[in-house]
Design a protein around this ligand. Structure first.
Ligand code: NAP
Length: 509
């Protein structure tokens, strides 16, 4: 995963030429999105025209709980005769009308495929049925309550209980509610894994017949990962979210100290109301700029590492690999902060403090009978910084929109890379210039250093300026040429990269 393949370095993670396999500026999920597009289309076609003319094989479902009933209902709709295996053979109103309900043993004998819609902790009851289930396709659909709850996956546990059965893991990522309500648009993909190819094909045929898209995940070893999948809580958002939260809290207290507490102590003025508007409107642009810088920082770090090692065939450190994978999320949070800053700025003239300050200036000019002449330098500065901000925000939105799967799937590799990399850097340059023009005049003024601390605008420039300076150095032909060669597969010392990968593989084993 962390091997330094060329595409892993680029903001746009696409494979050039041929059908696109993986695409990220921004993410690792796109490999699914790209295939999803093709598969969703085909599954749509199948959903519209299910092949009901062919007599379908009877399917047995163990368990008449929520999931068993919802799946049985959907299968009957798609033309499958369904027989339930249950502890109680009494027919209730909840059970789909055309389904039969028998004992587990009787039901299993009627079908070649048995779907186990029962929680893992009750699987023991299956042991006496091992002989009846020998040679049958047994589908494990179960989920757990916690990640890696058991040492082995539920499907592997089922395979241990039923050594003669052909166990397949599937359907665990589809909810009973979605099956019942038909709200399957967002979750059409159904992961399938198993050791028996024929059994897996039989399950995939059912998945397709239900209008869903099977995704073959390989052998039963993949079951644990498939079972963990529905339990993950925005895994790619954790680092960006906590980083943003931490930085926001830091800048909030920083501004509170300099803008409210300092002025209260040394100027005896109460500016506590800054907490509601001024401070958030200071933090938002600062966060947007820093996070945008952090989107492009791993790319330049990776380039430096590759130049230093003279190869792309060695793994990046884990932290860099993870950082690269969450650039989309960092970028989107940055865009959210930038949008908030735009809204705050537009609402600013409505503030009573701003109205008071404007009227105070006018009244003092009237009282002194003196009009301030227009300061053209200031006018240039303020117009320039506003224009840079507006254009920077425009490109920021453009880059954000292109990261949406629906948009990025409709552009080719070069277009995507152009927007994410070239326009992304242009956005970074414009936003950095916006901040520099706004705060530049203060940088040399001693009054800007309350308690000897720099203004947060100065702090916000550190990451983006560092990224832009390194990027500037990297585009020099004497640096760019060897880097391009490395990314095309050239190695300074091929033996050393082989050795280090061998060491990494051994330690991983
Ligand atoms: P459920 O409503 O609790 O139903 C489970 C069924 O298991 C019961 O109705 C019962 O059927 C049977 N059962 C209960 N105790 C048993 C025992 N001691 N021995 C034998 N059978 C027993 O659960 P569910 O929501 O349908 O979920 C079933 C499985 O599907 C679980 O493994 C779950 O992880 C998985 N799943 C559920 C969903 C969902 O949205 N609900 C989504 C994906 C996967 P009888 O009374 O007919 O015997």
């Amino acid at each position: 995963m962390a091997i330094t393949k060329d595409c892993a370095l680029l903001p746009a993670r696409k494979i050039n030429g041929g059908p696109r396999v993986m695409a990220t500026y921004y993410t690792d999920r796109k490999c699914i999105s790209a295939t999803e597009k093709i598969n969703t289309n085909s599954s749509n076609m199948m959903a519209l025209a299910p092949n009901t003319s062919k007599k379908r094989e009877t399917v047995c479902i163990f368990g008449t709980g929520d999931f068993g009933r919802a799946l049985g209902h959907k299968m009957i709709q798609c033309g499958y005769p369904v027989v339930y295996g249950s502890r109680s053979t009494q027919i209730s109103n909840l059970i789909p009308k055309d389904a039969e309900v028998l004992s587990h043993a009787e039901a299993a004998q009627k079908a070649a495929i048995i779907i186990i819609a029962i929680q893992r902790q009750h699987y023991n009851f299956l042991t006496p049925l091992a002989e009846i289930l020998r040679g049958k396709v047994v589908v494990d659909i179960s989920n757990n309550l916690k990640l890696n709850q058991y040492p082995e996956s539920n499907a592997e546990y089922l395979a241990q209980l039923l050594p003669g059965a052909r166990v397949v893991k599937s359907f665990n990522t589809v909810s009973a509610w979605a099956l019942q309500s038909g709200a399957l648009d967002a979750s059409r993909q159904v992961f399938v894994c198993g050791d028996d190819m024929e059994a897996k094909q039989m399950v995939m045929n059912i998945v397709r017949a239900l209008g869903l898209t099977p995704l073959d995940q390989g052998s039963l070893l993949a079951a644990q990962e498939i079972e963990n999948y529905p339990l993950q809580l925005f895994p790619m958002w954790k680092f960006p979210f906590f980083l943003s939260l931490g930085l926001t809290a830091f800048f909030f207290f920083y501004c509170l100290a300099l803008d409210v507490i300092y002025t209260y102590i040394y100027e005896n003025s109460n500016f506590s109301f800054f907490i509601a508007f001024t401070i958030p409107n200071r933090i938002c642009p600062v966060m947007a700029l820093i996070l945008l810088g952090l989107v492009y920082l791993p790319g330049v770090l990776a380039a430096i590492i590759q130049l230093y090692r003279g190869t792309k065939y060695r793994r990046f450190p884990d932290w860099l690999d993870k950082w690269m994978l969450c650039r989309k999320q960092l970028g989107l949070i940055a865009l959210a902060f930038a949008s908030l800053h735009a809204v705050f700025t537009l609402a600013s003239p409505l503030r009573s403090f701003v109205k008071w300050r404007t009227s105070k200036t006018i009244i003092s000019q009237a009282l002194n009978n003196k009009t301030e002449p227009l300061d053209t330098t200031n006018a240039w500065l303020s117009d320039s910084y506003l224009a840079l901000g507006v254009i920077g925000f425009f490109f920021f939105v453009l880059v954000g929109i292109t990261s949406l799967p629906s948009v990025s799937n409709s552009v080719n590799w070069r277009e995507f890379r152009f927007v994410q990399s070239k326009l992304g850097y242009l956005t970074l340059i414009l936003c950095t210039a916006h901040t520099l023009v706004y705060g530049g005049k203060w940088f040399l003024s001693p009054s800007a250093y309350k308690w000897y601390l720099p203004n947060i605008y100065m702090l916000s420039l550190v990451v983006p300026c560092a990224v832009l300076v390194v990027k500037f150095v990297l585009i020099f032909p004497c640096v760019d040429k060897p880097l391009t060669q490395i990314r095309q597969g050239w190695e300074r010392n091929p033996k050393s990269s082989e050795q280090s990968n061998h060491i990494i593989n051994k330690s991983a084993v």
